[in-house]
Design a protein around this ligand. Structure first.
Ligand SMILES: O=C(O)CCC(=O)C(=O)O
Length: 280
């Protein structure tokens, strides 16, 4: 077992610094700008705004467009992420190499890939303490009969602006991935880990401060949250997941093959193909 795998198994996460090249980060930001442009056009067309704020910076425009009606702002983007620029993020060879080391040679991009504009002081974009497994229905399917806690997955998270405590970087509680799926309770916008599981462990929470280009890989059962954004700018980020593609997703969508050693032609090959595909 290499040291990355050891850290991942023991702590539940591994940070890789400077993996995504500036070109890739710039592409991802440009993709987000396209989404914001579409939002501005929609708000303008429906008469919700009069000024689409074309000169407002990336770090504030989406917030300024919605600041008088945050309830109407999309809390995240998912279906919209089949944009050519994002191929180099979701299918980045170095990140995939790492995922392959954990998962084996058949790797799926799991049908849960998301862009998040975490808005200043807005609970609608403040993801509470959870395990990803808590959001996946604990069903048993197929002949292999997997349950959520048997899914072999690697979660990936990367910021498109520096992520610090003040603007809501991620927090993890190391080692909690070994607890299995714990009960979650429904809160206004998100699920939250039940207090009796969370409270005794909160003192061990660590801040995951990252810069654009850094990625953190973490176990899908690790307790994690995004902290409140106490700045006046948006904390943009992307998160996605890889799964051992020999397993079922336990969701209605089947995801996309990211790497296949058995049959390489099954994997999404390039940006143009990614842009033609859809969330499924
Ligand atoms: O970005 C965030 O604040 C939360 C992300 C998250 O919970 C995840 O990637 O699973």
């Amino acid at each position: 077992m290499n040291s990355f795998s050891h850290e991942f198994d023991e702590r539940g996460y591994v940070i890789l610094r400077g993996v995504l090249e500036p070109r890739v980060v710039d592409g991802a930001r440009a993709a987000m700008e396209q989404l914001v442009e579409q939002q501005a056009a929609k708000l303008l067309a429906t008469g919700m705004i009069r000024d689409p704020l074309p000169h407002e910076p990336f770090t504030t425009r989406f917030y300024r467009l919605y600041e008088h009606g945050l309830d109407d702002a999309p809390r995240s983007f998912r279906q919209e992420l089949h944009l050519a620029e994002l191929f180099d993020v979701f299918f980045h060879p170095r990140v995939l190499d790492q995922a392959e080391a954990f998962l084996g040679g058949e790797v799926r991009l799991y049908p849960n890939y998301t862009a998040r504009p975490k808005l200043p002081d807005w609970e609608g974009t403040q993801v509470l303490w959870h395990q990803d497994g808590g959001y996946t229905e604990n069903v048993t399917t197929g002949t292999a009969g997997q349950t959520v806690d048997q899914l072999r997955m690697v979660n990936v998270w990367t910021p498109l602006v520096p992520a610090r405590v003040e603007n809501g970087c991620m927090q993890f509680i190391p080692g909690t991935h070994k607890l299995g799926v714990v009960p979650h309770v429904k809160k206004k916008f998100y699920l939250e880990i039940a207090a009796e599981q969370l409270a005794p462990r909160l003192a061990q929470a660590v801040d995951i401060e990252l810069d654009p280009g850094d990625v953190v890989l973490f176990h899908n059962l690790l307790f994690h949250q995004g902290q409140p954004n106490r700045t006046r700018t948006i904390r943009w980020s992307l998160d996605w997941r890889y799964q051992d593609a020999t397993q079922p997703t336990l969701r209605k969508e089947s995801g996309h093959i990211a790497r296949s050693r058995r049959d390489p032609a099954r994997a999404v090959a390039n940006a143009a193909q990614w842009a033609r595909l859809s969330f499924q």
